[in-house]
Design a protein around this ligand. Structure first.
Ligand code: GLN
Ligand code: ZN
Length: 768
């Protein structure tokens, strides 16, 4: 019989219950016991959903109050002393590492948090010491939660992050020089102890995730697999449970030299066949002689209904070679990256609802596929027919296909990607036109989103105020931020983005081809969830999206007003994209819509236009090489297509929330933006060296202060920062701006910080 399996389930609950509980606990409104009880309730509910769906292999230990990697940090006692010294209750120590702790005389910042592979989920980085030791927690969480499920009558397969990935995803602590992977000998015994404990409470199989196997690995990490897994496979089935090695978000074929005898002796091997279906053949040929294949065919990263016909074909291919007993039908990765259930969406149009599948529905999908291949298609005929009908409906729907958009894409020419002249000519025209001083000052777009703004927006959404009233309110907000910018004496103004709820959703709501959900939240980090809009069809712009506000702002401002748009790649990456057409096609459609907007802004008298692309880097394929180059090529093209429709004297800006460009500097340069503003205040100014090394000719505004903190930077410290930047950039290349938008700040600190920023700029203007 072919079994069905889920690799992990979202933790937030149907109504973001976990978010509410943890935030209430942090705010002192929920007791510790109640928080722990809520966690338990959610785990049971989620196991039950999967059991009721008929899933054969249900995960446990996939639940975390903050982050699953942080759970491992605590479980192995890899807790830096700055946290452990306070002897906090374990759950508070855990949150202290996740989000910092500033209470009762304790003041520790959080551990570093970074993106989990190429997803929008963030994990806490294991942060290791030169003299690091490890010790297993007394009641390890995987043991506790397996037992908890068992008591509820549900047998589960615990999930743990494998030792090589745990270390390879970590880093040396500040001031330490340890290479994390060198700690494997010390860490492995603790894993073995954990696995023995799991065996002792009756665990038969454990899912051990080694997702770093999809990366291009440094040789030390590669070599670490063999001894570690030789040891584990020798114990497997006797003192420790059977091990299912899981990989996801990429292919493992390029690491087959690592997946050698040691890994082939493990009980089962899981691969992602959604991302890389072509690895199926090579993986089958490479399995150990008795090894089971866990075939990840149901997408853990997106919201589309599974194409049963295709998945069944893939699984049948595996069965023909391996037999039914050696194949498991699984989700491609944990379902952590998908929303809880489609059942919560009361407002979705019936046509598109039929195309979607969230976590609870995906749990059913694995069981249907498993049944189809075990008992034959007739056993699930109704489901297969309904599924084929949905696929057909989506493929032929008017919502997915817009012939005008397709026609327009066919007509795109190479010339449309290029500005009329090279930068020196453009710059001369812009200088003449905009009359900016040396060291021009500007901000990144948003100003504080006050309580009042949220209240008015809510009232407008609920129909409690009219469109005219709302518009009048927005105009008043715009006038106010302009008056403030006058007073601060900034050089290039922004309108402050008061009308925008979110930088992607705002545009999605104004474009054809998008739909929105009401409850489809996915965890981004800790208690923070995002609700990405969904691209369902060909994207086009029925009408201008931002011109009204920008034009109004320009009409009341005495200095140049910067128009503000979200770039095509960021719109794409922070939405759930379509899977029926390539992402490059969707990016080009977004680019064409934005191109019209850029041209309309220019026609409305906006001569500085910023197109934000903070998500450009996270879209980089995980491995260097041709995939990455292909991505960069279409990503750069889409940015250029969206911005190149203006005349030379209009200045194009772009913004990025990071300054690590080493891996793809050529792409950043190829964007040909007149001005780049980038996050830099928390990074080393040395990162700017690449701009001189590569003789970057255009202008750059590396952020001079951190906008994530209410702290006000002094004029002196901004000057020091600018001085550092001048080691790498020429005076006439440098803009002075904060790291990012100011929407999360209060006005008080914003004004004080910007006043210091402007004074620092004036100081350098005098000097040069
Ligand atoms: N223009 C946006 C803002 O100022 C940019 C936000 C971002 O880069 N994430 O808020
Ligand atoms: Zn930013």
């Amino acid at each position: 019989m072919v079994q069905s399996s889920v690799l992990g389930f979202p933790r937030m609950g149907r109504l973001r219950d976990l978010k509410k509980a943890t935030e209430a606990y942090w705010g002192g409104k929920l007791s510790r016991d109640d928080l722990l009880a809520e966690g338990k309730r959610l785990r049971l509910e989620h196991w039950k959903i999967q059991k009721d769906a008929g899933v054969d292999i249900i995960p446990s230990n996939d639940f975390a109050f903050y982050d699953q990697v942080l759970d491992h940090i605590q479980m192995f006692d890899a807790i830096p002393e700055r946290y452990s010294q306070h002897k906090l209750h374990p759950i508070d120590e855990y949150f202290a590492m996740g989000r910092g702790h500033q209470k009762d005389g304790i003041d520790v910042p959080a551990l570093e948090m970074v993106k989990w592979f190429d997803s929008n989920y963030h994990y806490v980085k294991p942060t290791l010491q030169d003299n690091q030791t490890f010790k297993l927690a007394e009641n390890p969480k995987p043991v506790v939660q397996f037992t908890e499920a068992k008591e509820a009558g549900i047998t589960t397969r615990p999930v743990i992050l494998g030792p090589v990935s745990f270390l390879a995803l970590g880093k040396a602590d500040r001031g330490q020089s340890v290479d994390p992977i060198s700690l494997l000998d010390k860490l492995l015994p603790v894993y073995i102890e954990l696995l023995e404990k799991l065996k002792a409470v009756g665990v038969e199989t454990v899912q051990i995730d080694e997702p770093v196997l999809v990366f291009d690995l440094p040789s030390k990490v590669k070599q670490a697999f063999k001894p570690a897994y030789e040891k584990l496979s020798s114990l497997q089935g006797s003192s420790i449970p059977q091990l299912v090695l899981a990989t996801y978000f990429g292919d493992v074929v390029h690491n087959f030299d690592v997946v050698d005898s040691a890994l082939q002796n493990l009980y089962a091997f899981h691969v992602d066949l959604v991302r890389n279906p072509e690895q199926l053949g090579p993986v089958i040929d490479h399995l150990g002689s008795k090894q089971i294949l866990s075939a990840g065919v149901v997408d853990g990263r997106n919201i589309w209904k599974n194409d049963f016909k295709r998945s069944i074909e893939l699984v049948e291919t595996a069965i023909q070679k391996l037999g039914k007993e050696r194949v498991i039908v699984a989700t491609s990765s944990s379902l952590l990256h998908t929303p809880h259930t489609l059942a919560s969406e009361k407002k979705l149009d019936e046509e598109v609802r039929d195309w979607f599948s969230f976590a609870s529905e995906k749990a059913v999908e694995v069981t249907v596929i498993a049944k189809a291949v075990t008992e034959g298609p007739a056993s699930v005929r109704e489901q297969l027919e309904a599924n084929a009908k949905s696929m057909q409906s989506r493929a032929t729907s008017k919502r997915t296909n817009n012939p005008d958009v397709k026609k327009r894409q066919q007509d795109v020419t190479k010339e449309m990607h290029d500005r009329k002249s090279e930068f020196p000519t453009r710059y001369a025209a812009q200088k003449e036109h905009l009359k900016l001083p040396l060291f021009p000052t500007t901000t990144i777009g948003s100003f504080p989103q006050t309580q009042d703004i949220r209240i008015q927006r809510n009232k407008f959404t609920k129909g409690e105020i009219t469109a005219q009233e709302y518009e009048a309110f927005i105009e008043k907000e715009i006038r106010e931020v302009i008056a403030i910018q006058d007073e601060l004496d900034l050089d290039v103004y922004v309108h402050g983005e008061p009308e925008r709820n979110d930088m992607v959703q705002y545009f999605g709501e104004r474009l054809d081809g998008y739909v929105f959900t009401t409850h489809a939240w996915v965890q981004s980090y800790g208690s923070r969830c995002v609700r990405p809009p969904i691209i369902v069809g060909d994207v086009s712009r029925p009408a201008p999206m931002t011109v009204k506000e920008s034009k109004y702002a320009a009409s009341v401002a005495k200095k140049p007003m910067k128009g503000m748009l979200t770039g095509p790649i960021t719109c794409l990456r922070w939405s759930f994209p379509r899977v029926d057409v390539h992402q490059s096609v969707q990016a080009q459609q977004l680019a064409l819509a934005l191109r019209d907007e850029v041209v309309d802004l220019e026609a409305a008298g906006i001569y500085v236009i910023q197109v934000d692309e903070p998500a450009l880097r996270e879209g980089l394929p995980l491995r260097a090489g041709s995939e990455r180059e292909k991505y960069l090529s279409w990503a750069v093209d889409s940015f250029k297509l969206s911005t190149a429709g203006v005349t030379d004297s209009t200045q194009i800006h772009s913004h990025f929330c990071y300054s690590e460009f080493q891996d793809f500097f050529h792409a950043i340069a190829a964007l040909d933006a007149d001005v780049l503003s980038i996050e830099n205040s928390k990074s080393d100014a040395k990162l700017l060296k690449v701009f001189i090394d590569e003789a970057y000719p255009r202008h750059i505004g590396p952020g001079v202060y951190d906008i994530h903190s209410p702290r006000i930077p002094s004029e002196e410290e901004i000057k020091v920062r600018v001085e550092e930047m001048l080691q790498y950039l020429k005076p006439d290349q440098l803009w002075i701006n904060p790291d990012c938008g100011l929407k999360t700040r209060q006005w008080k600190e914003t004004k004080a910080a910007l006043a210091n920023l402007v004074n620092a700029a004036k100081f350098f203007r005098e000097k040069h």
